[in-house]
Design a protein around this ligand. Sequence first.
Ligand code: NDP
Length: 337
Amino acid sequence: MQRIVLASRPEGAPAHVNFRLEDTPLPEPGDGEVLVRVHYLSLDPYMRGRMDDAKSYAKPVEVGQTMEGGAVGEVIASNSDLFKPGEFAFGMFGWASHGVLPAKALQKLSPDLAPISTALGVLGMPGLTAWHGLTSIGKPQHGETLVVAAATGPVGSMVGQLAKARGLRAVGIAGGPEKCRLAVETFGFDACLDHRAHPDAASLREALAAECPDGIDIYFENVGGKVLESVLPLMNVGGRIPLCGMIAWYSGADLGDRNLLPAAWRAILVKRLLVQGFIIFDAYHRLPDFLEEVAPKVASGEVSYLEDITEGLENAPDAFMAMLKGGNTGKTVVKLV
Ligand code: NDP
């Protein structure tokens, strides 16, 4: 089998030197465990955090260890009554061609209901993240205005579609004219702004103000950076900010000698904003409710999704590094089989 390990810790943006492809013997499943051949590996922004030796909500990957990651694949050997060979499952198998996990740690998938890759995106962790953050923190109300960046990614595109279904005005922000076109035409955003077309926060804010004539009630925070700086002054009193991610700063922040904190803190005070960070692993008990609402809509085509598929485990580092910089269009997955 093959796997990709963390070869060294990145300084700033990850580079090829931080990853290494290795051949290792196929593991044997123990009692209650299953062996899975991975078909699709998920690449997600959180993995950048696992590469740093920093205290966070989860332990870092150690140098020399397999990169962490969720994946879906076929059971090829089982020592558990819960799975038979030939069945499909999602599990945290890492960046690897095969993996062994306790059967109890796996989620069984039905390929007849949806393509198995959807368990990594629209019907998996990112979709649940969007649904949970929006419903439990954003608390959307008919007629309100929502803004979300990374609007064509698996989180942002789900946030936009759920907001539209609840009667909100949804304004997306994305990198480049093609992603903005997809945000409107495929995901139903009322408008989408290209953050790359605006050199600074003031210019992006002016464009946002024109698309949000009644202000912003919910800012679903995925990116931080220039987008956050442009949005905060436009928030309405009583606005809500589910703080989901800040990808613009995952590899470090370059703010020069500017300090954004006083202005941000003041906006939260005077606008009486609710800002709540959340980590989706705390809300996995909501997965069945999420799937009950959204899976039929994916099956009927009412909810759309895009996947950005790269072939071959050896190409995972390139796909990951590109995704962190906006090189992906839709959910980033690596196809192994
Ligand atoms: P995406 O597939 O959307 O990929 C990340 C996207 O971020 C890029 O495609 C790019 O989109 C955008 N981006 C990167 N750098 C910048 C920047 N400097 N300014 C603006 N946008 C930028 O990712 P996901 O949908 O998987 O995740 C979205 C966010 O949600 C991430 O921050 C992630 O960490 C977070 N998240 C948090 C979870 C939690 O539990 N709290 C769980 C899952 C995800 P574009 O080209 O359009 O700018």
